[in-house]
Design a protein around this ligand. Structure first.
Ligand SMILES: [Zn+2]
Length: 235
């Protein structure tokens, strides 16, 4: 098990919804940005279905969640947040989604990408949101080979977006992590970032669930709190 891999010079997190990056990798992103990593975030939907409140419209919810995400990103030291605006709740790993992610990768040219695990179908107490799996699949396909190969999506090259090779992929929340990032010093920032998502998370859940989960992930390596990834090193 690799503990605390070298922080990348730049990282792009590609996720489905506002709050996903904070839940899956908020402590890691905060740790890396504190050490000078340039971080950006690409959110594939606007999260406009994520509410049980019958009094809020999808448009209002999308506006609210964008504000919440910008506040959370600021807590984690993320420089740039890009919303792709795909449908929330019914996302599919289409070529259109893949092309949009390739566009962002070629624009921002990150050394590393964080994305969800498309293989994570369910756990003992939950079913993984299908949008998370869809983004995981589209993001991995975007990283390899589409962002790297100039003849894929030639319209992007014609628009001046040169191919880009991502060197490391951190697949978040995998079934079997190959690498852990110690978030003992940044757990509070992760919680504070998630606290900005007022429409989504209760203080009680933040205080109980988050430290408990981070402790479970860290335990095999003797860390008080950690986030786990499957690390893919591309050459
Ligand atoms: Zn989500």
């Amino acid at each position: 098990m690799l503990v605390d891999p070298r922080a990348p010079a730049s990282v792009l997190a590609v996720v489905a919804h506002p709050d996903d990056a904070e839940f899956s990798a908020g402590g890691t992103i905060a740790r890396w940005t504190s050490n000078g990593t340039r971080a950006s975030l690409c959110i594939c939907t606007n999260g406009d279905k994520g509410s049980n409140d019958p009094g809020i419209s999808s448009a209002e919810l999308a506006r609210l969640r964008e504000q919440e995400e910008r506040a959370a990103a600021s807590v984690l030291g993320i420089d740039e947040v890009i919303f792709l605006g795909h449908p929330d709740g019914t996302l599919q790993p289409t070529l259109e989604l893949r092309r949009d992610i390739v566009r962002v990768i070629r624009q921002l040219r990150p050394e590393a990408v964080i994305c969800p695990d498309p293989l994570r179908r369910y756990g003992a107490t939950y079913v993984n949101h299908p949008d998370h799996r869809a983004v995981g699949e589209a993001a991995l396909d975007a990283i390899y080979p589409s962002a790297r190969d100039p003849l894929v999506f030639p319209e992007l090259a014609r628009a001046g977006l040169e191919p880009h090779k991502v060197l490391r992929v951190f697949v978040s929340n995998p079934l079997d992590p190959s690498c852990l990032v110690d978030i003992g010093e940044t757990l509070e920032r992760k919680i504070d970032a998630l606290r900005q998502h007022r429409s989504q998370v209760s203080e009680e859940r933040l205080r109980e669930f988050l430290p408990q989960r981070a402790a479970e992930v860290g335990a095999p390596a003797g860390l008080a709190y950690a986030e786990g990834f499957q690390l893919i090193t591309l050459s």
